[in-house]
Design a binder for this molecule. Structure first.
Ligand SMILES: [Ca+2]
Length: 182
């Protein structure tokens, strides 16, 4: 859990342990001198306190909460191609250093996000652009996309904007998440 490659001398985590801040877990099994491949899994920050604010210019959208329900098979679909943004309230200020986006895993890729803008705010009013770019190769390999920031950002609200989508359809996203700076 400290970022290094596991060895036989690594501290052993047994049973259940808290991993609220999120990050990357690497696991490896050892049998005498033989060792398995390292299994690596990315976990985002726990979404227990998160919600979708419905104030301001963001319309209520019943599917919005499905972008933070920790289920890969439920989706947020935007209300229209002229409103491809979704806002999330962490319920507290967090120091975030990356975000993740899990695309729709369905066969129909219409609405899959190809490029994005990612904003942060402390008050849901003044927004700062934190990251923007493309998800290269997402169309052929639709796995969770993890984007590391250049710096740590202290925000309570995040806003994700789908700039370009497949077939220019309404954006479809299974999950949005963040990781916390340690
Ligand atoms: Ca979901």
């Amino acid at each position: 859990m400290d970022g290094t490659e596991p060895t036989k001398e690594s501290p052993l985590f047994q049973g259940n342990f808290d991993f609220i801040a999120g990050g990357t877990i690497k696991a490896k099994t050892f049998d005498g001198e033989k060792a398995s491949e390292t299994a690596t899994t990315h976990f985002g920050h726990s979404k227990n306190k998160w919600s979708i604010p419905t104030n301001g210019e963001i319309p209520e959208n019943a599917s919005a909460k499905q972008v933070i329900d920790e289920k890969a098979n439920t989706y947020w679909t935007s209300t229209g191609v002229d409103n491809q943004t979704i806002t999330i309230d962490f319920g507290e200020v967090l120091s975030i250093n990356s975000f993740s986006m899990l695309p729709s895993g369905t066969e129909d890729k219409a609405g899959m996000v190809l490029s994005y803008e990612f904003y942060g705010s402390t008050d849901n009013t003044d927004w700062s652009l934190i990251s923007q770019g493309e998800f290269s190769n997402i169309y052929n390999n639709p796995v969770e996309q993890v984007v590391q920031f250049d710096s740590v950002n202290q925000v309570r609200y995040i806003r994700f904007k789908a700039v370009e989508t497949v077939q220019n359809k309404e954006a479809v996203i299974a999950e949005l998440g963040v990781s916390i700076a340690q």
